[in-house]
Design a protein around this ligand. Structure first.
Ligand code: PEP
Length: 257
């Protein structure tokens, strides 16, 4: 039996200013309430741009909206002369619970290496933030090495110096599936998710691996979420585009296996 609470995480990327973000969170909360969604059956997390975090945090607190607040990135540093960076300490002060690390867009457009990703995982854990560690293969990797080799290698490097028992989330996101409308098959997601869980077991311990949520991400929508959630090692989804639409994201959260 899979005892892991499903996690549906919305990565808004560079979309929605703080007013739009607040409006979307409010609408999503009411859409779920109207639909009779049972709070607690699924963990819902939203990952707005940095400039929205304070406004969204205030709304979640004031209206007792049970969403987890997430950030899309953080600095490897905690403070100092690092212009433009945001530290894990600042995120923690805003009740941020989770932080996306190593998203393929950061690996590609900001040249984030596995070493930088590993340092960011350490920075998140130092401040009590749960790193949502993104790994995934490009279409070229898929052709050359199959689906799992690259994501497994990326996760091994990200977790190499992480202590046993650490609280992390792993997101398997095939790069070719992100924003393309072409999701992986549930079978591929399951196969790679199972291998990623083995990496967690080897690095953080078997008990931790049994508790760690492995998400699938890449063109998840309301019409395919259930097929992923039926897989034993897929514990949720990291959702990009579809998390910007209230009804669609609510339907994803309300998936029925
Ligand atoms: C993502 O960027 O994490 C993602 C999965 O995007 P999309 O859902 O739009 O494919």
């Amino acid at each position: 039996v899979n005892a892991r609470t499903p996690l549906i995480a919305g990565n808004w990327k560079l979309n929605l200013d703080h007013l739009q973000a607040v409006a979307l969170v409010q609408k999503l909360h009411w859409a779920l309430k109207d639909a009779g969604h049972e709070e607690g059956s699924v963990d819902v997390a939203v990952f707005p741009p940095f400039t929205d975090l304070r406004s969204v945090q205030t709304l979640l607190d004031a209206d007792k909206i049970p969403f987890l607040l997430g950030a899309q990135d953080l600095s490897t540093h905690d403070d100092g002369a690092y212009t433009g960076e945001i530290s894990g300490a600042f995120l923690k002060r805003l009740n941020v619970a989770q932080v996306i690390i190593g998203h393929s867009e950061r690996r590609e457009y900001h040249a984030e290496t596995d070493e930088v990703v590993a340092a960011k995982v350490q920075a998140a854990l130092r401040h009590g933030l749960v790193p949502v560690i993104c790994v995934g293969e490009t279409s070229e990797d898929l052709e050359k090495h199959g689906a799992s080799a690259v994501p497994v290698g990326q996760l091994e490097k990200a977790l190499a110096d992480v202590p046993a028992g650490a609280d992390v989330v792993v997101a398997y996101e095939p790069v070719w599936a992100i924003g393309s409308g072409q999701a992986a098959t549930p079978q591929q997601a399951q196969e790679v998710a199972a291998k990623l869980r083995e990496v967690v077991a080897a690095t953080l311990g078997a008990d931790t691996a049994a508790k760690t949520r492995v998400l699938y991400g890449g063109s998840v929508k309301s019409s395919n979420i259930a097929s992923f959630m039926r897989e034993p090692d897929v514990d949720g989804a990291l959702v990009g585009g579809a998390s910007l639409k209230v009804d669609e994201f609510a339907a994803i959260i309300r998936f029925q296996k």
